[in-house]
Design a binder for this molecule. Structure first.
Ligand code: MLT
Ligand code: MN
Length: 310
């Protein structure tokens, strides 16, 4: 299985356009240890000819332009794309806005839970993905789904979605909507396998908490791409850039006794990579103490263009 990290930052990217936090400022100033990053998306493939996006970020056009394997083949038909489909983990803006960049009548399959499909269907702008060209498949929690190419052939990639603690997308929050640790179809993790191998990948870009069952489920994965949005739960409040804690935003922090670094420490066998990094997170800086701490614990910090082969 091939995995390409298209965008390693959280919503807003790094640096976020309106953020003057010291971490963002270093990226904007071009400090080499503060490598800019686009918004949250990965691409997966078994053959490097056909790719499935996991989430479609607002930066998708830029990501495709930066990634030759996602571009039309040099000697292919006049309209072609190696992108065979998109799998959504939630309806956050950083995960769905890029769908609008795929509107030029390219056959694709869009995979999402019923809940997320309903949200997209209720928003007329997504009709630009003409259903006669872009098919929709509903992801059923705890079921295996074999991803298909546009011509119906099977890709060899199997996705098993499951709910993780989280909430509805920010733009759907309201008095009648759950906010907290609900286990619903609003926020899912993707367990990804390749039928030709035993490799197991967990893609979890948003996760509000790590109960024991989830830590257990992630153990022994070959690779986990996990929510690294914030270093500290109160990082945005403490630095004055926001009013919400990480958990309130649906993201468990990395640090602290209840953070992901501590709770996933028993995962010594797996390759572990933090993704979906917020523009204030000091692990974004190559030489920060926080980066050293996560690396000493066996974690890597994703960057755009990172390639993984399992
Ligand atoms: C999140 O990950 O919390 C969301 O991307 C926030 C947002 O939609 O701006
Ligand atoms: Mn996000």
């Amino acid at each position: 299985m091939h995995i390409s990290i298209l965008g390693s930052a959280a919503g807003g990217g790094f640096p976020q356009w309106n953020c003057n936090h010291p971490v963002s400022r270093q990226a904007r100033a071009g400090v080499v240890e503060a490598r800019p990053r686009t918004q949250s998306s990965i691409a997966i493939s078994t053959d490097r000819q056909h790719w499935f996006l996991c989430n479609a970020s607002p930066d998708l056009r830029q990501q495709i332009n930066q990634t030759p394997s996602l571009q039309p083949p040099a000697h292919g038909p006049l309209r072609a794309s190696p992108i065979a489909g998109v799998v959504l983990s939630n309806a956050d803006v950083d995960h769905i806005a890029g769908l609008l960049s795929l509107r030029e009548r390219q056959p694709l399959c869009l995979y999402a839970t019923a809940r997320v499909h309903d949200v997209l269907d209720a928003n007329p702008v997504f009709r630009v993905l003409d259903p006669s060209v872009v098919s929709r498949e509903r992801l059923t929690l705890e079921s295996d789904h074999i991803l298909s190419h546009a011509d119906g052939t099977l890709s060899g990639l199997v996705v098993r979605p499951f709910a993780v603690p989280g909430k509805v997308a920010l733009w759907l929050e309201g008095p009648d909507k759950p906010v907290g640790d609900a286990l619903t179809e609003d926020t899912i993790a993707l367990e990804i396998r390749d039928v030709a191998s035993t490799s197991r990948v967990l893609y979890v870009p948003g996760c509000a908490a790590l109960p024991a069952w989830l830590c257990q489920r992630m153990r022994d994965a070959d690779l986990v791409l996990f929510d690294g949005t914030l270093w500290d739960d109160s990082e945005m409040i403490d630095t004055g850039v926001g009013v919400k804690s990480g958990r309130r935003m649906g993201h468990i922090p990395i640090s602290g006794p209840e953070g992901s670094l501590a709770l996933l420490a028993p995962m010594t066998w797996s390759r572990k990579i933090y993704i979906h990094l917020n523009t204030t997170n000091p692990v974004l800086l190559d030489h920060s103490l926080q980066r050293a701490e996560v690396e000493a614990a066996g974690w890597e910090v994703a960057f755009d263009g990172m390639e993984i082969c399992l």
